[in-house]
Design a protein around this ligand. Structure first.
Ligand code: IPE
Ligand code: IPE
Ligand code: MG
Length: 252
């Protein structure tokens, strides 16, 4: 039987700095090596039949890092886009970003925006970079936008339900793919760090000890295999013995 494949996998690509420091290199070495892993992971996700892959590349909190580190991270994003757009196009990959794109520099936007536009008609793997992303910020912006539409008389507070709310989030145009099935975090940290809080409400989590620069296609494959053996109950019960049979075992 073929394993159950998660439709949407989201990865917290963590541990670049520690990977480098453990090898007595400056942190930026880890970012360079980490960025170079992305291509293979995207290809593996596609091969496995994953339909959406979201990569956490830069959080709202990461703005607090030294200028030198941040500017390298933006350079790596630009480099990735310039180098990989052709391959993404060939593989029918659609590209999105979620996050405070308005905080990104004109240099980043000048490469990012046209690449997103050119790949926007693609129907294969839905690849999303979370940049300047923070779930709390996303939720606050959604709340603000919804409140504004209410104040303008376009909506009423009682219109709100899960689906409508989802449309106000940055993942709004992903439709049924916006819910995350599997979150993977590398580097042995067991926390969520403000990532996709709404969208991961019923996600499975897999924490991997390896740092991101060592994360390989086999690790993604193994994580998907582990996922496929998990019992996702969504608050209901796993089909088991009939209730009538259980009743018979209860003391009179
Ligand atoms: C993840 O690696 C990349 C980003 C957050 C941009 P880190 O830079 O967080 O590396 P560690 O966690 O300090 O090792
Ligand atoms: C989360 O990693 C953000 C990204 C991987 C982009 P951090 O390294 O920023 O998170 P904390 O500080 O360990 O929670
Ligand atoms: Mg980190």
């Amino acid at each position: 039987m073929s394993p159950r494949i998660p439709k949407h996998v989201a990865i917290i690509m963590d541990g670049n700095g520690r990977w480098a420091q453990r090898r007595s290199h400056p942190r930026i070495f880890g970012h360079i090596r980490g960025a170079s892993r992305i291509r293979k992971i995207v290809n593996e996700a596609d091969t496995l039949g994953i339909r959406a892959l979201t990569l956490y590349a830069f959080s709202t909190e990461n703005w607090g890092r030294p200028e030198e580190e941040k500017s390298l991270l933006w350079k790596l994003l630009i480099k990735f886009l310039k180098k990989e757009e052709g391959e993404l196009a060939k593989n029918n990959v659609r590209l999105r970003v979620i996050g405070e794109v308005d905080r990104l520099s004109p240099e980043v936007r000048a490469v990012l925006d046209p690449a997103i536009e050119r790949l926007s008609g693609n129907t294969g793997l839905q690849l999303t970079f979370a940049v300047s992303y923070g779930s709390r910020k996303e939720i606050l912006r959604a709340a603000e936008a919804f409140a504004r539409e209410c104040a303008e008389g376009k909506r009423k507070p009682e219109d709100l339900d899960d689906q409508l709310w989802g449309n106000f989030l940055w993942t709004g145009d992903m439709g049924e793919l916006s819910d995350v099935d599997l979150v993977i975090r590398t580097s042995g940290e067991y926390r969520v760090s403000n990532f996709l809080l709404w969208q991961s409400a019923y996600a499975e989590y897999i924490f991997i000890e390896k740092c991101w620069p060592d994360f390989a296609p086999e690790d993604l494959r193994r994580a998907v295999e582990t996922y496929s053996n998990r019992d996702r109950r969504f608050g209901a019960l796993t089909p088991g013995p009939k209730l009538s049979a259980l009743h018979q075992e209860l003391p009179a």
